[in-house]
Write a protein of this length. Sequence first.
Length: 138
Amino acid sequence: MEEELEILAWGKTEKAVGVTYSSKQLSNSVSVEALFKQCKIDKAVILSAGWEYLFDQYGLAGLVEIDKSSQWLIKEDLGEWISNIVFFALMSGFNPLLNIYGDYDEASGIFLPNHGGKTMMNWDEVYQLKEKVHLKSD
């Protein structure tokens, strides 16, 4: 009997069902890069559990390194680049800064955790994470 894996991301293909990504596929950075490239052209989506897995597996610096190749969320300014990554995770329903699930309201800038309460996103703090992210030299 085949083990059932949680779907962490989905990509559109010629087949009606598309392609699903589990932790098995996302444990390979080359697969993550391919997924990011599909996201760049709006042919894939990363679910909240997918973002949690990616942050756990690669960390913020690792995701920036992978995105360097995919060019999905890349910005010249590292702080803006990091903000883009965090924003997409939030929009999926995962807050990587608090490691919790919930809903992000872009208009108000408030993240509503599933367990209750609310958190105002401080984008200046997110931007300043660039001071803690050390990238590999090219």
